[in-house]
Design a protein around this ligand. Sequence first.
Ligand code: HEC
Length: 248
Amino acid sequence: MKKFIASALLALVLPMAAMANEGVALEHANIDIHDQPSLQRGARDFTNYCMGCHSLNFSRYNRLAVDLGLSEKEVKDNLIFTRTDGEPTKVGDVMRNGMQAKDVSEAFGAAPPDLSLAGRSRGGDWIYTYLKSFYADPSRPMGVNNTVLANAGMPHVLWELQGMQEKVCTKEGKEAEHEECHLVLSKPGKLTPSEYDDMAHDLANFLVYVGEPAKLHRSLYGIFTILFLMMFAVLAYLLKKEYWKDVH
Ligand code: HEC
C-alpha cells in the first residue's frame, strides 16, 4: 500500500515538475529581495525594456518608491515612461504597460501577460533562465525561440545587450539517440555575458519582489514579535514572583 501511494504521488508530481520548466534545468538566480540596489536596477530595466508590453497591474509606483528607497522625484524621472489614458502617469497609478494588450497580441500571436505574479507562479530561477535562453530560430515569426518556453511569442527584446545565441546540438551514444543541446553566443552584444547575467538577475529579483512585496517587511515583524515575547516573558516571570511571594 505504501508503495502504491508513493508511486501514485510520483506519478502526480513528476509531470507537474516537468511541466513547470518543460524539462529544462533551471539556473539558480540567487534571489535576494533585500538587495535594494539590485531591486532598483531591476525596476529601472523593467520600466525601460519590458513595460512597453507587460504591465504590473498590482503594483503602484509610489509603493515601489517606499520599498526601493526612492524619492517621488526619482520615480518620476527614472521609472515613469508611460501615459495613463492620455494623461501623464501619476506616482499613485498602477504600473500599466505602454501598449494595448489587443494590439500586442495581434503582433506577437500571444498577449504579453501581466507580470505582477510571475515571480510567484514561475519563480525567480525560471524568469532568470528564460531571459538567458533566447536563441536564433529563423523558423519562428520573431526569428527567436526559447529553450525554457518553447515557441515563445516574445521577441528577444534584450538581444542588443546580450547578443544572439545559437542552439548547438551534439548526438551522443552509439545509436545517436540521445541529443545534447546547449546555447552558444554567436554574436556578442553590448554587455559581457556576466554583465548580462547580472541584468537578468536584477530583473528576476525585481519580479520576485513585485510578486510579494509584503515579504520585505514580514521578516521584520517576526523579529519584533520574538523581541516582544521575550520582554513579556520577563514581565510575566516578575509578576508571578510578586503574586507567589507570600505563599510557602
Ligand atoms: C514586444 C513585447 C514584449 C516585450 C518588450 C517584453 N515581452 Fe515578455 N512576453 C511577451 C509576449 C508576447 C509573451 C507571451 C509569450 C508566450 O506565451 O508565447 C511574453 C512572456 C513573458 C514571460 C512569461 C510569462 C509566463 O508566465 O508565461 C516573462 C517572464 C516575460 N515575458 C518577461 C519579460 C521581461 C523581463 C521583459 C523585459 C526585459 C519582457 N518580457 C519584455 C512580449 C514582450
